[in-house]
Ligand binder design. Sequence first.
Ligand code: 1HN
Length: 355
Amino acid sequence: MGTRRFTDEDPQLDALYADLADIDLQPLWRLSGVLTGEPVSRAQPYRWRGKQLREVGDRAGRLVPLDKGGDRRVLSCANPGLGGAPYATPTLWAGLQHLDGHEYAPAHHHTPAALRFVFEGSGVWTLVDGDPIHMARGDLVLTPSWTFHEHHNTTADPMMWLDVLDVPLVSYLESIFYEVGPSDEVNRRTAARSAAEQRWALGAGLTPVARDLPEPPADHSPLLVYRWSDTDDALRVLAGTVERDARLRFTDPARGTDVMPTMRCEMQRVPAGRTTTPHRQTGSRVGAVLNGTGTLVIAGHEFDIEPGDVFAVPSWSWLTLASETAEDLDVFTVSDAPVLEAIRLYREEWREEQQ
Ligand code: 1HN
């Protein structure tokens, strides 16, 4: 008997429960919580402080060497509601990666998709299937499922960035595959502009046409990096036209869809002194503060935020962002919304305040 045994005062019913347990069956009429009126998340609304992440990241950099085996020096944001799992939300991994000056993290690939978001610094190159992508502050870099990726630091200074992956989702679906790179060769290539940008970041709405151009990959955006200068310009223009906050979605330039099948990436600018309309959606989100300070309210829990902070928003939890008056608040978010949309479970709503 491996399953739960229910009991009852009626000896006949009790005997039934004993027999059910013997053959690993459970009576639905005794189970509670199978269906809830609306989503209930085990994840807690949570905020990790950028200052603390930087401090412990630096210490890990001094104490923990990078092994040759493809290891990464990563500190995972572990949501206290998730029973000790190293996950920020039930579907998303968020972690801070530290690469020392001149260090090299060798190539590997895995079925979980990853993205990098840079809070500060520059000088690390991530090679995605050999294409060298320079990483700098505010950049979003994609390493889609099963693409080989390696990181190397050309400077003498350490660099840290945020990694977000769909590891918990792929793990739950029992579909993790992982392999180290095809050779031990250390590839320290650099390039002024990645091949992906030379083809897919020519300018808004401009797509190259030639007989010999390969088709874009079917499963993810062919553009592997979204530069902060472009995002910042777009936010500035958009913020000038909206009442409250400007929100941009990072999209596949070939198809207009989300950048990867499992993760939606957005950047939100809350102009100085403004507050967003409370919003909630099914599925969970991870947020990262790039600029500005303010207040974050998740399901009634209030957190002050500043650059470098990372936060977790559980499914169906109201989220409000308020910037302080001094400067604009720029927040990067990742959600599992493309997955929920694909299986028709996505819902969202805004709460218009009564005034
Ligand atoms: C991974 O492969 C990287 O390659 C970073 O940089 C974080 C977290 C969980 C599993 C694999 C990387 C990761 C990871």
